[in-house]
Design a protein around this ligand. Structure first.
Ligand SMILES: [Zn+2]
Length: 286
């Protein structure tokens, strides 16, 4: 016969195990054509996420010229979205840094976050779905620069687009934008947290050379704004078919400059022409 104390201990121990496993084992799920949402409690929120995800997917696939390839995302290839009930359980389960609001796992086609209302559906969801669609499209072999990856993801946050365009216009009018060639070269990761002012070359709206003195934070902010503006320029000015052609060239291992040249013949032959065209677009209010 088992000792009473041992029995009690085992009982408590198993109880703790059950609690620890409970989070993962108790997932409820909702499915649609391209997504499976896993959630614990808030069914209404889960449904809103599922509906939002399908809507975003269709818009993003259309914008990036990806719509024809969408069968890759159905059935067992569906993207899984995990919604933890609160921030602390999300952080605990994923080991993400404390500032993280969510994560996208490209390889396993998963989005993981927690119940946090409007911003989840308006920002995080389209942003992360765009990362996944784009990555699916360009693959893992080619060198995909950060500005392009983040530009595509931010462009998908349609609710923020007006605000971003307003900010870009302000920076343009104040002659505070970076050179496109600089955006393509910058390693943002190395800049985070750097002290003092950084000096970068620039071009004014009247096409004169100049210099910018920026804090690291300022530089990172401009970099992200410019990234989305460059993607917006390509999509709004030349359409989604040309953009998907550009992505295909990148997937096949071409550099950004070569891919631009092939996808936008006679319009963009090199980075300088990319810069010129983008500045014309800004001048016209883009
Ligand atoms: Zn992102």
């Amino acid at each position: 016969m088992m000792h009473k104390k041992l029995r009690l201990f085992l009982f408590v121990f198993l109880g703790v195990l059950w609690l620890a496993a409970g989070n993962a084992a108790d997932w409820l799920e909702k499915k649609s054509e391209h997504f499976i949402v896993y959630f614990n409690q808030d069914e209404k929120f889960a449904q809103a996420v599922l509906d939002g995800a399908e809507k975003d997917y269709r818009q993003i696939a259309y914008d990036l010229g990806y719509a024809r390839y969408s069968e890759f995302w159905t059935w067992d290839k569906r993207v899984k979205i995990y919604i933890y009930p609160d921030r602390s359980s999300f952080l605990k389960a994923t080991g993400q840094p404390a500032w993280s609001e969510g994560m996208a796992d490209y390889k396993n086609k998963q989005i993981v976050s927690y119940v946090w209302g409007k911003n989840f559906i308006e920002s995080l969801l389209p942003h992360e779905i765009a990362h996944l669609v784009f990555r699916d499209f360009v693959g893992f072999k080619g060198e995909i620069p950060l500005w392009l990856d983040e530009g595509v993801a931010q462009w998908a946050e349609a609710a923020k687009r007006k605000e971003i365009k307003g900010l870009i216009q302000r920076y343009f009018q104040e002659d505070n934008l970076l050179l496109v060639s600089d955006v393509m070269r910058l390693n943002i990761e190395n800049l985070k947290g750097k002290q003092g002012l950084l000096i970068r070359a620039t071009r004014t709206k009247d096409n004169k050379g100049g210099v910018l003195f920026l804090s690291a934070n300022n530089l990172v902010e401009i970099y992200y704004l410019q990234s989305v503006s460059l993607v917006g320029y390509l999509i709004e000015k030349f359409g989604s078919n040309a953009f998907s052609g550009f992505c295909r060239e990148l997937r096949d291992g071409k550099s950004v400059e070569e891919a631009l040249k092939i996808a936008y013949p006679l319009r963009i032959n090199n980075i300088q022409e990319f810069e010129n065209g983008w500045r014309e677009y800004l001048k016209a209010g883009g």
